[in-house]
Write a protein that binds this ligand. Structure first.
Ligand SMILES: Cc1cc2nc3c(=O)[nH]c(=O)nc-3n(C[C@H](O)[C@H](O)[C@H](O)COP(=O)(O)O)c2cc1C
Length: 392
């Protein structure tokens, strides 16, 4: 049996209180929303703003959070939750709890070990991770750090098809089981915080490591990327993101990836149906944490009509705004099979490295499990939209 299944419920709460008897306190707050302020105090302003920031007025970032407040949980009483089990299998990946680490690039902005630290924490907590194309550590280094952990690879589709194929080949060889194609970032959104500082990490050589280490990419340079940094960055800028990609291009992925394929960034039932028609295995309902389209729909508001349209045809995952166990329960009740956590683990990485990420994973899992039990649900299958009411 692979790591993750048949694990007992998380016991982080007991562990914290018992350790307190010896005078120990947890390294980071139990309320994961508090991480943002702590990170703001400790990180450089440009790194913090890159992670925290959103597109335009940041209206969509705020809406992502507000949408969760519009749904309230209605706990039910006197059901047997003593042997609760929230494990599931999603696209062949075994989840002890329906939580994964979403793809976030340029993590060396947060911590010198970057994605490698996240990969170690993910393996230690038996939580699958999704590695970004725009990582600041290579596919191979992350796979090594992740060991027996379960991992998925996220692709930003580059302009050069040979480079795309090469990235996919490397990911498959390094044991990444599921491909996640991100659709919402073929171009970079208008991000005032970064624009005001004229700060884009990729132009400083952070977050292009999967390009710089790629044989197809390097073949277009006069030599190794490390010896030709300026040329490598320029070439990265030429190749990153292909705004001409359409639904008709998706078969290319099937030809170059023999595992499940998930489309990330779907926000309408129409696009979700097209994903199903295109033979995709899953989607992530997401607005990229409000970083791309200012004024865009809150990701949670997009979820119910999408699950109504394709929930039985496709595996529906969710991100954008998950900050607590209650948020996880709400997204699942509205039809998601699992959620991706993103900014909170990046703040924790900045504050406490690998241990910080592990704290976030354990805290989120335990808070989710307790919220499920306290609301009267012993399994994921029991949970449906009737667990919630919409209050405004
Ligand atoms: C700093 C940063 C970098 C990100 N990089 C990527 C990426 O490389 N690939 C990707 O698919 N999504 C990326 N995302 C989007 C996340 O996967 C996720 O959709 C989003 O952060 C969810 O919003 P939340 O963190 O507010 O919950 C990034 C998000 C942030 C904050």
């Amino acid at each position: 049996m692979a790591a993750g299944l048949n694990q007992p419920l998380e016991t982080y709460q007991d562990e914290i209180y018992l350790s307190g008897l010896g005078g120990d306190k947890p390294i980071l707050p139990a309320n994961l929303s508090a991480l943002e302020d702590l990170a703001r105090q400790r990180m450089t302003a440009e790194s913090f703003d890159y992670i925290c920031g959103g597109a335009g007025s940041e209206d969509s970032v705020r809406e992502n959070a507000a949408a969760f407040r519009r749904w309230r949980i209605v706990p039910r009483m006197l059901t047997d939750v003593s042997a609760a089990d929230y494990s599931s299998t999603v696209l062949g990946t075994e989840l002890a709890a329906p939580i994964m680490l979403g793809p976030v690039g340029v993590l060396k902005l947060a911590h010198p070990e970057g994605e490698v630290a996240v990969a170690k924490a993910a393996a230690a907590a038996s939580v699958p991770m999704i590695l970004s194309t725009s990582a600041s550590c290579t596919i191979e280094d992350v796979a090594k750090a992740n060991g027996d952990g379960q991992r998925w690879f996220q692709l930003y589709w580059p302009k050069d098809r040979d480079l795309a194929a090469s990235l996919l080949r490397r990911a498959r060889t390094a044991g990444f089981g599921v491909l996640v194609l991100t659709l919402d970032t073929r171009l970079l959104g208008w991000r005032p915080r970064d624009l005001d500082r004229a700060f884009l990490p990729f132009l400083r050589g952070i977050g292009n490591q999967n390009y710089f280490s790629d044989p197809v990419f390097v073949a277009g340079l006069p030599g190794q990327a490390a010896d030709h940094q300026d040329a490598a960055i320029l070439r990265w800028a030429e190749l990153f993101g292909d705004a001409s990609i359409t639904w008709e291009d998706l078969p290319f992925l099937r030809d170059h990836w023999d595992g499940p394929i998930v489309l990330k960034g779907i926000q309408s039932p129409g696009d979700a149906k097209r994903a199903a028609d295109a033979g995709m295995d899953g989607i992530v309902v997401s607005n990229h944490g409000g970083r791309q389209v200012d004024g865009g729909i809150a990701a949670l508001d997009a979820l119910p009509p999408i699950t109504a349209a394709v929930g039985s045809a496709l595996t529906v995952l969710f991100d954008s705004g998950i900050r607590s166990g209650a948020d996880v329960l709400k997204a699942l009740a509205l039809g998601a099979r699992a959620v991706l956590i993103a900014r909170p683990y990046v703040y924790a990485l900045a504050l406490a490295g690998e241990d910080g990420v592990r704290h976030v994973l354990r805290a989120l899992r335990q808070e989710f499990e307790l919220t499920m039990q306290l609301s009267g649900y012993a399994s994921l299958a029991e949970l449906g939209q009737d667990a919630l009411i919409r209050v405004r």
